[in-house]
Design a protein around this ligand. Structure first.
Ligand code: G4P
Length: 534
C-alpha cells in the first residue's frame, strides 16, 4: 500500500484519566470492538493496586504490564488504531506526559460522580501545550453522578477548553435511561451490554415526536426536550477545525463498564480524529508523507530480568517507511544503527515487524545507549522537538551507602535517569547528586532497582525545593551573576545546563520579577528551541 494510504488508515491516540475514572475499562471495550481481545477482563489494569505502594512485587507486576500494553493495535472500520497506554499511577505521570508526545489525539475519561480531578487537570495541561485534539467520555452514568450541565461547566473552566456535547444523558444513576445522540439524532436506551452488542437505537429526528414520550415516559421526555434546547443554544454544533486545533472537545456520556455509549465514541473517533500529522523539528516540520523515514524515542523500558541490562526503546514513526535490518542515522550519537528485531506488542506477545509506518510505535532493542527524545533519520541531521522533560516536584539527595560500589551507583543512576524514571541534577562543589521525581513511589523504585540491578546501596535525603527551573538569558553576564549569587540553589542537569532550585512558588515568583532578563523554564523544551534558532 502506498505511503499516503498507510497514513490515511492510521490513528494513534491515548486514553487518559485520573486513576479509577475508567481508563482500563474503556480500553478493554475498544479492544473488544476491534477484535483484539475476545473476553472482558483481558486487559490488565496497570495501576498500582491500592495499599500496595511499598510492595516491590507490585511494582514489577506493573512494569511487566506496562511493557506488554505499551501499544495496543487494532482495526476498526478499516482503520488501523494504535492505542498507547499510559501509567495509571500519578507517581509515574512523567511517563504519561512523554507518551502524550507520541500521540495525535487523546480520549479523556471523566468520572461523572467526581468530575475533574487532579490528574485530569495536569494531563490536560500537557495536551494543551501541544494543542492535542481531545475527546471527552463522561463515564459511570449508571451511578448517581453530577448534573451534566455542571460537569460541562467544570470541564470548560478547569481545563480551559470549550466543549461540545455530542450525546446527552437521559436521567442519571437510578433514573438513567440512556442517551440521545445529538449528532445522528438517535435515542439509545440503556441496557447492560457487557459484550460488544450494540444498544438498540430509535431514530428520532424531531424531539417533539410522541414516540419519545412512549419510549422514556412523559417527564423524562419533557426534561430531554428542555435540555437539548439549552444544549443547542449554549454549545451549538461541533466545530471540527476547533477540535483538530485542540480548542474544542466533543463530549460523550456513557458507562464503560456496561459498554454503553462506547461505540458512539469509537465511531466518532474514526470519523474525526486526526491521522498522523506533521511534526516539529529543530529544522522545521517533517511531514508524515515525506518518503524518508524518521522517528523519535519517547519511552525506554528496562528489561524485567535484572541479569540483562538491555532495554526496549519505544520509537514513534513520524515519516516514511521504517524497514527492519536497514541502517538509520542516530542523530545524537552521529552513528548509523540497524535493528534486526523491531517489535510490536499485543496481549503480552512480542511480534517482530518488518516494516512500520507513520503513527506506528515499535520497540527497539537497546543496549543502554539511547535516550528519550533521540531522533532517527535516513541521514538528515534534525531533531524532533516537543519531547520535553518537566520540572520534577520532589527532590532528594542521593547518598551512597557503600563507597566500594560508587561506580555501580553512578552507572545505575545514569541509566535509570536515561530511562526517564527520574531526573538527575548535580551540584558543585562536591558532586552532590540530586534526584528529582514526580512522585514518592519513584524513589522507592530507584532504590530497589539500584540495589537489585546494579548492586549499589543508597538512601535519599529530602531537599526542600519546589521546582527546578532551567535558566536562559539573552544577557550572559546577568545569567552569570545570578548563578554566582544563588550558588547554593544552582545545580546542573545531565547536559550541564544551569538549573535553579526554587525553594517555593513565592520565591520563584520573586526571582522572576527581580530578574526580568532571565527566563525560568519549567520544561526543558527551550533546549530544542535554542537549537532551532542556532
Ligand atoms: P482506571 O483504569 O481509570 O484506573 O479505572 P478502571 O477502568 O480500572 O475502573 C475503575 C473502577 O471503576 C473499576 O471498579 C471499574 O469496574 C469501575 N467502572 C468503570 N466504568 C464504570 C461504569 O461505567 N460504571 C460503574 N459503576 N463502574 C465503572 P473496581 O471495583 O475498582 O475494579 P473491578 O473490581 O471492577 O475491576
Amino acid at each position: 500500500m502506498p505511503l499516503k494510504d498507510e497514513i490515511a488508515r492510521r490513528r494513534t491516540f491515548a486514553i487518559i484519566s485520573h486513576p479509577d475514572a475508567g481508563k482500563t475499562t474503556l480500553t478493554e471495550k475498544f479492544l473488544l470492538y476491534g477484535g483484539a481481545i475476545q473476553t472482558a477482563g483481558a486487559v490488565k489494569s496497570n495501576k498500582i493496586r491500592k495499599g500496595a505502594t511499598s510492595d516491590f512485587m507490585e511494582i514489577e507486576r506493573q512494569r511487566g504490564i506496562s511493557v506488554s500494553t505499551s501499544v495496543m493495535t487494532f482495526e476498526y472500520a478499516h482503520q488501523l488504531i494504535n492505542l498507547l497506554d499510559t501509567p495509571g499511577h500519578k507517581d509515574f505521570a512523567e511517563d504519561t506526559y512523554r507518551t502524550l508526545t507520541a500521540v495525535d489525539s487523546v480520549v479523556l475519561v471523566v468520572d461523572c460522580v467526581k468530575g475533574v480531578e487532579e490528574q485530569t487537570r495536569r494531563l490536560m495541561e500537557v495536551c494543551r501545550m501541544r494543542n492535542t485534539p481531545v475527546m471527552v467520555f463522561i463515564n459511570k452514568l449508571d451511578l448517581e453522578g453530577r448534573d451534566p450541565f455542571d460537569l460541562l461547566d467544570e470541564l470548560e473552566k478547569e481545563l480551559s477548553i470549550k466543549v461540545t456535547p455530542l450525546s446527552w444523558p437521559i436521567g442519571i444513576g437510578a433514573t438513567f435511561q440512556g442517551v440521545y445522540d445529538l449528532y445522528d439524532k438517535d435515542l439509545r436506551l440503556f441496557a447492560e451490554l457487557k459484550t460488544k452488542v450494540e444498544a438498540s437505537a430509535v431514530h428520532i429526528d424531531d424531539l417533539k415526536d410522541p414516540r419519545l414520550d412512549a419510549e422514556i415516559g412523559g417527564d423524562a421526555a419533557a426534561q430531554l426536550r428542555h435540555d437539548v434546547e439549552l444544549v443547542d443554544g449554549v454549545y451549538g454544533q461541533l466545530d471540527l477545525k476547533a477540535y483538530l486545533a485542540g480548542r474544542t472537545a466533543p463530549v460523550f456520556f456513557g458507562s464503560a463498564f456496561n459498554n454503553f455509549g462506547v461505540k458512539e465514541v469509537l465511531d466518532t473517533f474514526v470519523r474525526i480524529a486526526p491521522h498522523p500529522g506533521p511534526r516539529p523539528t529543530d529544522q522545521g516540520e517533517v511531514r508524515p508523507d515525506d518518503p524518508k523515514f524518521s522517528g523519535f524515542i519517547f519511552k525506554i523500558h528496562a528489561n524485567l530480568d535484572p541479569n540483562h541490562r538491555d532495554r526496549i526503546a519505544f520509537l514513534r514513526v513520524c515519516s516514511g517507511r521504517f524497514a527492519r535490518n536497514t541502517y538509520y542515522h542516530h542523530v545524537r550519537l552521529d552513528k548509523d544503527v540497524r535493528f534486526s528485531t523491531p517489535t510490536t506488542f499485543l496481549a503480552a506477545q512480542k511480534t517482530i515487524v518488518d516494516e512500520a509506518w507513520p503513527g506506528d510505535v515499535i520497540g527497539l532493542f537497546d543496549t543502554g545507549q539511547f535516550k528519550i527524545g533521540d531522533t532517527f533519520t535516513e541521514g538528515a541531521l534534525f531533531n524532533f522537538r516537543g519531547i520535553p522533560e518537566f520540572s520534577p516536584e520532589l527532590f532528594r539527595e542521593l547518598i551512597n551507602k557503600d563507597p566500594m560500589r560508587s561506580k555501580q551507583l553512578e552507572k545505575g543512576i545514569r541509566q535509570l535517569t536515561d530511562e526517564g524514571v527520574a531526573q538527575l541534577f548535580t551540584q558543585q562543589p562536591g558532586n552532590k547528586k540530586i534526584v528529582g521525581c514526580v512522585g514518592d513511589l519513584q524513589f522507592d523504585v530507584i532504590r530497589y532497582r539500584l540495589e537489585h540491578e546494579y548492586g549499589a546501596s543508597c538512601e535519599f535525603q529530602t531537599i526542600p525545593a519546589h521546582k527546578a527551573c532551567w535558566l536562559t538569558s539573552t544577557d550572559p553576564a546577568a545569567l552569570d551573576r545570578f548563578i554566582r549569587t544563588k550558588a547554593l540553589q544552582i545545580v546542573q542537569d545531565k547536559d550541564g545546563n544551569p538549573v535553579f532550585m526554587a525553594p517555593s512558588a513565592y520565591m520563584l515568583d520573586l526571582e522572576r520579577r527581580g530578574n526580568p532578563e532571565i527566563t525560568f523554564h519549567t520544561t526543558s523544551e527551550f533546549k530544542t528551541q535554542a537549537a532551532a534558532q542556532a
